[in-house]
Design a protein around this ligand. Structure first.
Ligand code: ZN
Length: 108
């Protein structure tokens, strides 16, 4: 739908695009938190003060594309590199599956 600019359900051609989906923070009325498919706090590969391994927040934040006529919605993740890193670091909720030709299937 995002590429064709035509809704597959109603053939509508008007949309709402949200570049970074969020939810209200549970502890504040004026702050939002990212709506994600996965998030993890992982080593960044950088060394900080005194040589300690630095860690950072990795998120796969949702983007949405909604038909303005019927509400049909597609979701996308903008940070595919973050998902790849989470799969490589064996974050339990993220699994890479390669079903392309010549692949043996699931990969961890
Ligand atoms: Zn529609």
């Amino acid at each position: 739908m995002r590429n064709s600019l035509t809704c597959p359900k109603c053939q509508g051609r008007k949309f709402y695009e949200v570049g970074e989906c969020t939810v209200p923070a549970h502890d504040s009325i004026n702050r939002e938190e990212p709506l994600t498919v996965a998030a993890a706090y992982l080593p960044t590969g950088q060394r900080g003060l005194f040589g300690a391994q630095e860690h950072g927040r990795f998120v796969g934040q949702l983007q949405s594309f909604t038909c303005a006529t019927c509400g049909y919605t597609e979701f996308y993740v903008g940070q595919l590199d973050a998902l790849a890193y989470m799969a490589q670091q064996q974050v339990s909720t993220v699994r890479f599956i390669d079903a392309s030709a010549g692949s043996t299937g699931a990969f961890r």
